[in-house]
Design a protein around this ligand. Sequence first.
Ligand code: FMN
Length: 380
Amino acid sequence: MADLSHAFSIEDLRRIAKKRLPQAVFDFFDGGAEDEVTLRENRAAFERVRLLPKVLVNVAKVDTTARLFGEDAALPLAIGPTGGIGAGRPGADLALARAAKAFGIPYTLATPATASIEAIAEIGGRRWFQLYVVRDREFREKLVARARDAGYEALLVTVDLAVSGKRERDPRNGFVTPYRPSWRNSHDIWRKPAWLMDILRGGLPQMENFAGYKFSSTAVTDIVTADGREMDASLDWDYLKRLRELWPRKLLIKGVARVDDAERAAAVGCDGIVVSNHGGRQLDGAISTLESLPSIAGAVGNKMTVLLDGGVRRGVDILKARALGARGVLTGRATLFGVMAGGEAGARKALEILGSEYERAMKLCGVRSSAEIGPDLIVS
Ligand SMILES: Cc1cc2nc3c(=O)[nH]c(=O)nc-3n(C[C@H](O)[C@H](O)[C@H](O)COP(=O)(O)O)c2cc1C
């Protein structure tokens, strides 16, 4: 098990994960689309924000909790959906769900996860399900019914993946499906014995929720294209209305960048949106999520729960997102690097780092509760 005692930041966990994983797997997690402009911009937007701290506020005790859909979470944070992550460590999805439960925040299971809807439900804890609207209508509606029956509290419909983004690191690294051994990827694998032992012990992870799904082709293709090819590109507002009828609990769409789309989501009866560009993995050149946030939150923040993801790597980022109008954030790579670095302990470490940084940032900004964080803390 990796020594995490020297991990003080999410970036440290990223470095440990990078050492442990074959390049192709690490790049699948770390990379973005095309020139990775949006991937970088998500981070840069957080780094550009300047804070206006208040002083002489009694912050001996602060309350980091926040209400997410009527229930308190330990932080204004949930773990977001990441598919295919068993390729980096068998059991990674379960480890993330357990860490989220222990920490007291919701966990989101991805449609292409390497754990099933039911296995995650057995862990207990707050759970949300992310839906990819795959081509097979009957199959996808069964996924929705399974999530409903397994007590998932929210359905997040991802809407920014009509086709897959062009993530060039994957085909360059030979990260293709089905797997094709080559000198290059064999070399990559043999240099990472800790990862290899875990895979040999745990078995090659499967996209459990796709059991029984008839893929449209088995042609060799990079892993992302394979995934994206199964999406129903005809998904539109009418089908979202149908999902609203099918899903009895909280409904969100994930992947919103524009005010008019956010308003439409509210009109359809969504309970929330995730301002997201898929972590820079879809449309390169898309606006950073933090830049989209203020106008969207201003337009619909009083009607629905506005969440944000993309580039969250520090506790202070959670504070910045809240100050700019988000009710909370989702993590993608931050907790993913944690679980890749050290399994469940690594996932917990990532959450502890974000939590303690958030609490420190609150104290240094002179705010005593998540509810007190407002736009006055930001230099406009
Ligand atoms: C390896 C990986 C797999 C992902 N898989 C999914 C997925 O299956 N469904 C989805 O809606 N988003 C998926 N995402 C996007 C994340 O949910 C989230 O939007 C993004 O990672 C946020 O950016 P961040 O990683 O900078 O925090 C994935 C992201 C990564 C890094």
